[in-house]
Design a protein around this ligand. Structure first.
Ligand code: IVH
Length: 693
């Protein structure tokens, strides 16, 4: 919709306007439309919400001063336009308006004053809830069935994304609305990726050499536009439903008891199986108490498992909401209180190149230290060459940094318009900064690698990964000691961890009897770590913690994996071509086999101890396999229950399998199981019943 040239011009104009300068109302409208398009359609905003609000308010003021000249398509008069083409378009039953933003106590006092003036009340009761930072959706249920899901789009017309919404585990496919007398209902909410899942998702992207996403909001919005529903399911999205925008009463239903307050609506949604903010909401009378509450809440923001960017304050009485009505842009009965942006500007001073355990060379930006959301950031990973090009980064550039929650900081963009000519190009090294070997980049890859297996960075980073918390968890070791022991020639490779010369370590500065005994004990204990930790610790490419668990579940002994074919590996849950190929290669490389042999001889446990459940349990002697998405519990929880009850988890569909528990969206495994007589295919419900008996 906007070409590169227009984008550049409009972005320059934005910077100009944000400095407090003025442009004609027509230009200002164009700028606002451009940013609405970037925000709502492309999901890649170029300015922050507060910057957008500043521009929006500039236009509002101009139009207020001269109301005779407002074109009907002014951004103040409608809810944006322009949509991506891929999904069918659907009309929202009620336009999806956004909320007015507030940033301080004064704004809230102002909002409350208007509400009181219009309603004639002395004091108003508000329902205060988190402002979820994700992608907004609307869900329609008819006769108790989920029939349509849509994204916000331009607020009037959205994308029909029913199939994707069905992949979100906490969105019920049916709910007993008839108990309330409701026949058709439209519910609004937000799709999120929680902080933990976002981290896992970004880690996979990084592992694949793809630049990670700046925040969970982009991840959620992007996920809803994917055409592959299995991939959407894998993203582990969640939906919070916070608003009933429309409903009709069924003529034949005996009773009608639709709630009369917003908080009771949230309770109703909760009762019907939706994740509404029932637990998070708070009813507060009087704006002073609201102000105190939202300001306090900001301090606890980081403790939540998901990202929020503020609080929403809503008039609780629905009748009063109706009475207050809405402007063309937002309801008069609600306001958003935005928290401090977790963004800051800084200067890109230098770029260092680090070599990881896979030999990947990662550029790390050194920046002028800047406080972002209470943390000082002075260096940021900038992933790869393409990322540097995409973000148009140059040494000396002014950059915008974002840090969402406990997620690693990211560079959102640079400001080329602020350059003074002294900026320098970032040059990627041709040789490994650690060992000097020539770097290599396969065509299909995004990262340059040092492929010298003897490169100290490879070895040391591999050892650091092996001992790390989520892998073999050898406490009291530490990264610095790994480098120290390596430099002194006391540690040469992973098996060397188990033959460390403690007598020599004892003589080193900073090491006493106690620290050496602790280290010795920690190393000894690590030998008995469960198999999935060992598999993860080996640092096989594309094998994260989840895949490591899948692989461990499939075998009785680590070396069983060496006899798996690529096809057999692909039969395992969530193992695709790439992962299968990587695991196969790992177990067919003689150096790796040599290393594994050494580890086993040194006493590291290769057998899968956890697989033997209690004898005589409910499921004793039975093997289970879960496929598709489960509704009531996570797959890992279900597997644990099987094991607790004496059963085993199978790695793949074969004649040895007793039960295949097929969840939503089950695919190839279900088809395969149908062809094998003897496998009982059951639903999650039946599985839960089996647990009870
Ligand atoms: S109520 C008619 N409640 O914030 C108003 N919105 O700019 C319906 N949001 O578009 C919105 N958390 O996507 C509401 N607890 C919450 C929310 C919330 C996040 C989003 C929503 C909306 C935007 C406002």
């Amino acid at each position: 919709m906007f070409d590169t040239h227009q984008t550049k011009t409009l972005q320059e104009l934005t910077t100009y306007l944000l400095k407090g300068r003025h442009a004609s109302p027509a230009r200002l409208r164009e700028v606002l439309r451009f940013h609405e398009y970037r925000y709502y359609i492309l999901n890649t905003p170029l300015i922050s919400d507060s910057e957008y609000d500043m521009l929006y308010k500039q236009l509002e003021k101009i139009e207020k001063d001269d109301p005779s000249n407002i074109p009907p398509n002014s951004p103040t008069q409608h809810v944006g336009k322009g949509l991506i083409k891929d999904f069918p378009k659907v009309d929202h039953l009620v336009p999806m308006l956004s909320l007015e933003n507030s940033y301080n106590a004064e704004d809230l006092l102002d909002f409350d004053r208007k509400v009181r003036e219009l309603s004639g009340l002395n004091e108003v009761t508000y329902c205060v809830e988190p402002k979820f930072d994700g992608a907004s959706i609307s869900l329609i249920y008819e006769n108790d069935l989920f029939i349509r899901g849509a994204s916000r789009g331009d607020g009037v017309v959205g994308d029909e994304i029913t199939a994707n919404i069905k992949q979100i585990r906490n969105v019920p496919l049916s709910a007993t609305f008839h108990n309330y007398g409701i026949q058709q209902i439209e519910i609004r909410g937000e799709v999120l990726m929680n902080k933990k899942n976002f981290k896992v998702y970004n880690d996979t992207l990084i592992e694949e050499g793809v630049p990670p996403l700046a925040n969970p909001r982009n991840a959620a919005a992007g996920s809803l536009r994917i055409k592959d529903t299995a991939e959407v399911s894998r993203r582990k999205l969640e939906a919070f439903l916070y608003h009933v925008s429309y409903y009709t009463i069924g003529e034949n239903y005996k009773k009608t008891n639709v709630p009369a307050t917003h908080s009771a609506m949230l309770e109703m949604l909760w009762e019907l199986g939706f994740r509404s903010p029932k637990q998070e909401m708070k009813l507060i009378s009087g704006i002073d108490n609201v102000i105190e509450y939202v300001q306090e809440f900001e301090h606890t923001r980081d403790e939540l498992p998901y990202e929020i960017d503020g609080m929403v304050i809503k008039v609780n009485e629905l009748k009063l909401q109706d009475q207050l009505g809405m402007t063309s842009h937002h309801p008069r009965w609600a306001i958003a209180f935005k928290f401090k942006a977790r963004q800051g500007t800084s200067k890109l001073l230098d770029v260092e190149f680090q070599v990881g355990r896979t030999g990947a060379v990662t550029p790390v930006a050194k920046i002028t230290p800047v406080q972002v959301g209470g943390v000082t950031v002075s260096s940021i990973s900038i992933h790869n060459e393409e990322y540097i090009r995409e973000k148009e980064l140059m040494l000396g550039d002014t950059i915008l940094i974002e840090r969402s929650g406990d997620v690693i900081p990211q560079i959102v963009k640079s400001f080329p318009e602020l350059r003074n000519g002294a900026e320098k190009e970032i040059r990627f090294p041709k040789d490994c900064p650690i060992c000097g070997n020539v770097l290599y980049k396969p065509k299909e890859d995004a990262v340059w690698r040092c492929i010298n297996l003897a490169c100290p960075a490879h070895i040391v980073e591999g050892i650091i990964h092996f001992i790390s918390k989520d892998a073999m968890n050898i406490r009291s070791f530490g990264e610095a000691n790994v480098w120290k022991f390596y430099d002194l020639g006391l540690l040469k490779d992973i098996p060397g961890i188990y033959t460390l010369p403690f007598d020599r370590i004892m003589e080193l500065e900073g090491f006493g009897q106690r620290s050496v005994t602790n280290l010795q004990e920690a190393i000894e204990n690590s030998k008995k770590q469960p198999l999935h930790r060992l598999i993860y610790a080996l640092g096989i490419r594309y094998v994260g913690e989840t895949t490591a668990k899948t692989l461990a579940n499939a075998v009785d002994h680590l070396m069983d994996l060496a006899s798996y074919s690529i096809e057999q590996l692909k039969d395992l849950e969530d193992v695709g071509e790439k992962v299968a190929g990587s695991v196969y290669e790992f177990f067919h490389n003689s150096d790796n086999l040599h290393l594994l042999n050494k580890l086993e001889k040194l006493g590291v446990q290769f057998s899968n101890e956890k697989r033997e459940g209690p004898l005589g349990g409910n499921f004793s002697g039975q093997t289970f396999l879960f496929t598709g998405t489960l509704m009531v519990m996570k797959r890992s929880e279900a597997e644990e229950l099987v094991e607790k009850n004496g059963g085993k988890i199978a790695g793949s569909v074969s004649s040895k399998l007793n039960y295949l528990v097929a969840g939503r969206g089950a695919g190839s495994k279900l088809e395969k199981a149908k062809k094998i007589p003897g496998i009982r295919i059951i639903s999650e419900e039946v599985f839960l019943k089996m647990l009870e008996t």
